[in-house]
Every structure is written in structure tokens, then in C-alpha cells.
Write a protein that binds this ligand. Structure first.
Ligand code: ADP
Ligand code: MG
Length: 351
């Protein structure tokens, strides 16, 4: 066990009938760490969070807190704070009563409870809403209250299941910052589920990328974005140009020496759009087919002997559609990935 690990999911397997929802999944959250569980819809994220929370059983493996198994500990005794995607506030209780809920069932004294609720409302910057009912709040406010309610009992671990996904973009970005600030201030080990790679990149100390009930890669946001291990991670973590060996030979032969010995399966060079260098060159082998101005950058579709590439530039010099260009890539910006999607069966059981 990692010496700083706090929560450990060890080789966990969970089936629904014959369907394998989690296949030998191992996950670690260190003390004070913010970990994002990232993957497409249906890959098993919620199932894993529910197993950790003790709300769902499992078939094999273990869940440990500070090295000790909590597999037999009922959910209410785990001392975890949970926030779900949909607003799960009690509709007939005021904001203050919602936040106080966990304290009340723990028989905290009324004075202590009032003080704690006030403190939490200050913390989430909504002190004026104590007497409102949930339906009188915006979506973003409701999720802040849900967060305050989860934090109220000083949870040992915070589990967040897509807490931002029902909110519109601006509120989502705001609350994202808020969650990160609270987590840092309080130092609560946190596992947050999301299917949004940008959210994971922005929030996480570490990202665990899942597909079809399995962990595909775990690492820092930089590692997953810049050094994806597989095609799935490369494509899930943002836009990428994936070129097979023949395409690399045709366009960027300099990158070939980096190609690993091919074992089973195909390999691709993964090159992010911002790492393709482009300069106007009447004798160049590539042609600009489309230019999209996105304010902070231009996204170009470039036709090349290796097919269509996506290129992003910050250059102020305009490259017109139809113009010829030369392309190059610094070998340091090329990562070879294995193809883990060829054999992936839809609805896969991890086979
Ligand atoms: P995610 O949260 O990543 O979208 P889930 O953990 O909710 O994924 O679901 C993973 C898979 O398990 C999905 O294919 C889903 O249909 C299936 N599943 C989830 N809950 C149940 C259940 N109670 N019974 C049967 N299948 C389920
Ligand atoms: Mg889910």
C-alpha cells in the first residue's frame, strides 16, 4: 500500500447478473488528495462510488480506509460525505435544516448545530439563504447547499457524483472553483466522478480514467493529457491526431525512431493539435482546408499525405484556406499509444 494512501479500492469486481460493471478495479485516494474518476457514460463510475459509499455490494476485492477493510461497515457508519448529480436536498426542509441534517441525527446540541450551519453558510458564501426552501434556489445554489450538508459532519472522505453536470456552463465553472477551494482549505480526501475531461483536468490532483468497467490509466492531469497510454485515453482527453506508422512515415519520418517495437495490436503516434507546427510554404505538402477562429486560437483543418489533421495556432499571421503549408512536430511532443478500441465490444464486459 502507498504510504500516504487513505482510501483504497483493491481489485474490485462488481456484477449485475452476468454483466461485469467493475472489472478488477483498483483506486487509491491519498490524504488530502483530490482524485477525479473520469470516463464515458456507462463505464461504471457511479457503481464504483456507490460501492465505496457502502450503498451497493460487490463480488470480489476490498475497500479499505487507512489500511483497514470497511467492506462490512454499513454506509451510515463510514462517515463519508456524498453529493449526487441531481439535487438531493430534502424538499420540505429549509436550507439550514438541510445542512443541519447530519448533525441532528448525530445528536449535536442545538447551539453547536446553529453555529456550525452559520459557519458552513459563510463557507459557501450563501449566509442570506438559511431560511429558504430548496425550490426557491437556483441549481448552483442547491448544489452548494448539498456540498455544505456533505461537509457539515466533517466527513473522512468526500464522494461527489457528477455534482456539476446539471448546471449551465458559467455556474459550473464557478462552482468548480468553489469545490476546489473548499477541498483545499479543509483537506478532505475527495473522489469526484465526472465524464467531462476539462473538469477533471482543471480540478484533479490525479485522474483515474475508466472505460468498460476497467481502469485504463491513472496519473496527473499532465500525464494523461500529454502522455496517454492508449488510444482511448488520447481521444477521451481532448482532440488528438492519431497517425499509424505508415502515416508517420509519410509525413513526420523524424518521429519514427520513437515508435516502440510493435507487439500485438496497432500503435499510433498521438500528436495534440497545438503541437503541430505550421508555416506557409508554397512547396509544402499540406493544404489548409478550413480555418475556425476561436478567439484565443485558430483551429485549422489541414489536408496532408497522412490524411486530415487538426492544427491549433496562436499565431497572429493568418493562414488562408487553400494555402500550402509545411508541417513539423517536435519528437518530444509525440506519444505512441496502443490501440485499445479495436476489440472493444459495445456495452463491453471488459472481454
Ligand atoms: P456511469 O456512472 O459511469 O455512467 P454506472 O455505474 O451507472 O455508469 O453503470 C455502469 C453499467 O452498469 C451500465 O451499463 C449500467 O447500465 C449498469 N448498471 C448500473 N446499475 C445497474 C443495476 N442496478 N442493475 C443492472 N445494471 C446496472
Ligand atoms: Mg453515473
Amino acid at each position: 500500500m502507498d504510504p500516504t494512501s487513505f482510501l483504497d479500492v483493491v481489485s474490485l469486481t462488481k456484477r449485475y447478473g452476468t454483466f461485469v460493471a467493475l472489472d478488477d478495479v483498483s483506486v487509491t485516494v491519498g490524504e488530502g488528495e483530490f482524485v477525479c474518476l473520469l470516463g464515458p457514460s456507462g463505464c461504471g463510475k457511479t457503481t464504483l462510488l456507490r460501492v465505496i459509499a457502502g450503498l451497493t455490494g460487490f463480488d470480489a476485492g476490498d475497500v479499505r480506509l487507512e489500511g483497514r477493510s470497511i467492506a462490512d461497515l454499513p454506509a451510515r457508519k463510514r462517515g463519508f460525505g456524498i453529493v449526487f448529480q441531481s439535487y438531493s436536498l430534502f424538499p420540505d426542509m429549509t436550507v439550514a435544516e438541510n445542512i443541519a441534517y447530519g448533525l441532528k441525527i448525530r445528536n449535536v446540541s442545538p447551539e453547536r448545530m446553529r453555529a456550525r450551519v452559520r459557519e458552513l453558510l459563510e463557507m459557501i458564501r450563501l449566509p442570506h439563504l438559511a431560511d429558504r426552501l430548496p425550490w426557491q434556489l437556483s441549481g448552483g445554489q442547491q448544489q452548494r447547499i448539498a456540498l455544505a450538508r456533505a461537509i457539515a459532519v466533517d466527513p473522512r472522505v468526500l464522494l461527489l457524483d457528477e455534482p456539476l453536470s446539471a448546471l449551465d456552463a458559467k455556474v459550473r465553472a464557478e462552482l468548480r472553483g468553489e469545490i476546489r477551494r473548499l477541498q483545499r482549505d479543509l483537506g478532505i480526501p475527495t473522489l469526484m466522478v465526472t465524464h467531462d475531461q476539462e473538469e477533471a483536468l482543471a480540478l484533479a490532483d490525479r485522474i483515474i480514467c475508466m472505460n468498460n468497467g476497467r481502469v485504463v490509466q491513472a496519473g496527473t492531469p499532465e500525464e494523461l493529457y500529454l502522455r496517454p497510454a492508449t488510444r482511448f485515453v488520447a481521444e477521451f482527453m481532448g482532440t488528438s491526431n492519431l497517425l499509424d506508422v505508415e502515416q508517420v512515415r509519410a509525413l513526420f519520418p523524424d518521429l519514427l525512431p520513437g515508435s516502440p517495437e510493435t507487439g500485438a495490436g496497432r500503435r499510433y503516434a498521438c500528436i495534440r493539435p497545438e503541437h503541430v507546427e505550421l508555416r506557409p510554404d508554397p512547396g509544402g505538402v499540406a493544404t489548409v482546408r478550413g480555418v475556425t477562429f476561436l478567439g484565443h486560437l485558430r483551429r485549422l483543418e489541414v489536408e496532408s499525405p497522412a490524411g486530415l489533421l487538426t492544427v491549433e495556432t496562436h499565431g497572429s499571421a493568418e493562414v488562408a484556406e487553400g494555402s500550402r503549408v509545411a508541417l513539423s512536430v517536435d519528437p518530444r511532443h509525440c506519444t505512441w499509444v496502443i490501440d485499445d478500441m479495436e476489440a472493444a465490444a459495445p456495452g463491453g464486459t471488459g472481454a
